[in-house]
Design a protein around this ligand. Structure first.
Ligand SMILES: Cc1cc2nc3c(=O)[nH]c(=O)nc-3n(C[C@H](O)[C@H](O)[C@H](O)COP(=O)(O)OP(=O)(O)OC[C@H]3O[C@@H](n4cnc5c(N)ncnc54)[C@H](O)[C@@H]3O)c2cc1C
Length: 511
């Protein structure tokens, strides 16, 4: 019998890679959703040409659906909503939680920001695993992700962030200016407890900087789990069965039994749940092991802080070549603010800035569109993330109709820690000639960071609503959870790289 992996997102392909390397047979299931044919055709039309031969009409046809996306927490890429399940289908009351499930081939990696940074040793010192346990798996996973970046100030704290072969995608002119200004102010930065370096991105360094990152890369340079899945399909021990939505799992004398919607039960030797934190919760809360229970997710609170630079934009910022992915990472370490790192990602110009400002402020100032366009050219946005200790908790229970009832417990310290951290980042960025508009900071609702997990945290001392170091919830022998549900906490640096490393570690373990 095969091992069954539920989910083809980042955690699913990572665990499947490790299982196959151990000689196991693997059957992968997922929800099977893909972009509609028209959306794929629009993408492929651009992808078949060099960007400098695209017509205005082709670009407009590709970008319009993303500009028109509803502002309700859904993220649209490739002109399609395929990657995210609408909130009302997952939650009995979708207000107040901006987290979304995915039933897509490749999961949420179809829409992700591709920022990758491992967890710092300091941030997982209270885990039952050490940095050394994860290190070999970060290295394996970095090969799947084709990480781009360069060695710099952050390399000491995050030694496993970059493979030897990594190259950097050229930073945008704004990011280059910020870095060169800050390089002259290193001792001031260090007095502020801040280290800054280039963003590490899961993007092929073949990227030609067409600038459509936020719309879905037409060339497929931004890694999605679908790319790794396509490689797995060539393996003789791998089978893939899209479109079976798993409802519950149980163990029997021979292994595991999965029940799907409108299909016969499926038997396997073991099951590895990689359905994302919401998908996995729904499956487990519908299963004999956990029926009637409440699971509690930990959030990593995020906030967006806009900043304007005093210096003139180095060139027309909207002229290709450029990228719109995160450009710089800043790590704040100051026990007076948090015992853990506070992570910030800096974004330079993108084509949504002026539109967002017009939508938010324009109605009150008729005729102000040129102003927002001019300001957008000087705008840098810091996306700040906190450790889960300071952030909200989201209780999940199964509603009678199979959706999830939620109850949010806001993070009591979140606002204070964000105030202190954003104030500190603002002081640091002043050294680069940036003026932070702290009054305009936008704190995200719970779940909106998508850095959420820890509902069944791994522990050495099994207890209800925990799992062992192989992701097995209490009472299970052959049911392993390998997505963010089993992270003991959610540190502030990006989540997916560590989720994948941990999933790979679990798949590589001899059981
Ligand atoms: C807009 C956005 C930007 C992001 N940016 C970043 C970033 O820059 N850096 C970062 O680290 N993280 C980022 N993330 C988070 C990242 O996308 C997730 O951490 C990651 O995708 C989680 O991977 P996963 O495999 O565990 O789950 P998912 O990606 O959610 O995949 C779930 C898989 O399970 C399948 N599935 C679900 N339920 C079932 C079921 N019942 N039966 C069968 N199959 C099922 C789905 O089809 C899918 O294949 C971002 C997320 C979003 C939404």
């Amino acid at each position: 019998m095969a091992d069954i992996v539920v989910g083809s997102g980042p955690s699913g392909v990572a665990v499947a890679t490790a299982l196959l390397a151990r000689g196991r047979k693997v059957l992968m299931l997922d929800g099977g959703r893909r972009p509609e044919a028209a959306a794929l055709a629009a993408r492929d039309k651009l992808g078949a040409m060099q960007w400098d031969s695209w017509s205005r009409e082709d670009i407009a046809a590709y970008t319009a659906p993303c500009y028109e996306a509803p502002r309700d927490g859904q993220v649209r890429r490739f002109g399609s909503d395929f990657a995210m399940v609408p909130g009302r289908e997952t939650f009995s009351d979708p207000t107040g939680v901006d987290l979304r499930a995915s039933l897509a081939v490749g999961g949420l990696s179809n829409v992700w920001g591709s920022a990758v940074l491992p967890y710092a040793a300091l941030d997982i010192a209270d885990w039952p695993l050490t940095e050394a346990d994860l290190r070999p798996h970060y290295r394996k996973v970095a090969q799947l992700l084709t990480v781009s970046g360069t060695r710099d100030q952050l390399s000491a704290d995050f030694p496993d962030a970059l493979p030897e072969s990594a190259r950097q995608i050229p930073p945008t002119p704004q990011a280059r200016t910020i870095m060169s200004r800050l390089s002259l102010r290193q001792s001031h930065l260090s007095d502020l407890g801040i280290r800054i370096g280039a963003a590490r991105q899961a993007v092929s360094s073949d990227c030609t900087e067409c600038g459509l990152c936020q719309h879905g890369c037409p060339y497929g340079y931004i890694w999605s789990a679908t790319a790794t899945l396509n490689g797995l399909k060539l393996h003789p021990n791998f089978r893939y069965s899209p479109g079976m939505i798993v409802q519950s799992v149980r163990e029997d004398a021979d292994g595991v039994v999965l029940q799907g919607a409108q299909c016969d039960p499926l038997q396997g030797d073991r099951v590895y749940l990689a359905a994302g934190v919401l998908g996995t919760s729904q499956i487990l809360l519908s299963s004999p092991l956990m029926r009637g229970r409440t699971l509690t997710l930990k959030d990593s609170q995020q906030a967006f802080m806009p900043m304007l630079h005093h210096w003139a934009p180095p060139k027309p910022v909207d002229a290709q070549p450029f990228t719109t992915l995160p450009q710089l990472f800043a790590e704040l370490s100051d026990p007076a603010i948090s015992p853990y790192l506070v992570h910030a990602q800096l974004y330079s110009w993108n084509d949504f800035y002026a539109r967002e400002m017009q939508a938010t402020y324009g109605r009150r100032l008729p005729g102000s569109a040129p102003l927002w366009k001019a300001l957008a050219r000087r705008l840098i946005v810091a996306q700040i993330f906190l450790h889960s200790t300071h952030s909200a908790r989201i209780n999940l229970r199964l509603a009678p109709d199979g959706r999830l009832d939620t109850k949010v417990h806001p993070g009591a310290e979140a606002a204070a820690v964000l105030d202190a951290a954003s104030g500190r980042f603002a002081r640091a960025m002043r050294l680069a000639g940036l003026h932070a508009l702290t009054f305009a900071r936008r704190d995200g609702p719970p779940g909106s960071s998508f850095h959420v997990g820890s509902s069944l945290p791994m522990t050495n001392a099994p207890a209800p609503s925990t799992s062992d170091l192989l992701g097995r919830p209490e009472g299970a022998q052959r049911i392993h959870i390998v997505d963010a549900s089993v992270l003991p906490t959610v540190p502030s640096t990006t989540i997916t790289f560590s989720v994948m490393a941990n999933a790979h570690r679990i798949g590589a373990a001899q059981v």
